[in-house]
Design a protein around this ligand. Structure first.
Ligand code: HEC
Length: 136
């Protein structure tokens, strides 16, 4: 048992040296949106869906860092509010998609909500997203 713990500690120390991508590229074009919506999205979505991720201290500790870095990479690839290709994106469709993820409580992911209370959407937050998703 003791040997195993020592082995584990060595592995944990070792993986700290594996490089992790943790950058915030420059903001290109932000999605046009009303201020009240922006407040909600910045708080609950921007850590994964923008180029202004707030990298917390635990995002620097492996193996948690691997998971967070992966989430941010995936999140940005799917939807990036700060690299908004307004013309090529079907705006109505993306609005619907966002509302659906929020309604079904798939976004923000539960794993994020546990560590980030700010990611928990209130009824008022949801109402703001819903209202915007219906606006044309
Ligand atoms: C912890 C990181 C994280 C947070 C915070 C987060 N997302 Fe995501 N989101 C992801 C990842 C990763 C994906 C892609 C994989 C998936 O669909 O699960 C994704 C996918 C999506 C998609 C689907 C896009 C597509 O092309 O399929 C939508 C819409 C979305 N997120 C909206 C939101 C909204 C709105 C919020 C805030 C209320 C939010 N997300 C918060 C990580 C996150």
């Amino acid at each position: 048992m003791k040997k195993f713990i020592i082995f584990l500690l060595i592995v944990l120390a070792g993986i700290q040296f594996i490089p992790v991508e943790r950058s915030n590229p420059p903001i290109k074009q932000e999605m046009p949106m009303p201020n009240n919506l922006k407040e909600v999205l910045v708080r609950a979505c921007y850590d994964c869906h923008s180029n202004s991720t707030e990298w917390k201290w635990y995002s620097k500790v492996a193996p948690v860092s691997f998971l967070i870095s992966y989430d941010v990479k995936e999140g940005r690839e799917h939807l990036n509010f700060t690299e908004w290709d307004y013309h090529s994106m079907k705006e109505d469709k993306i609005k619907e998609e966002i509302w659906e993820e929020v309604l079904k409580e798939r976004m923000p992911p539960w794993s994020y909500r546990i560590f980030n209370p700010k990611g928990k959407l209130s009824d008022e937050d949801k109402r703001i997203i819903r209202e915007w998703s219906l606006s044309r």
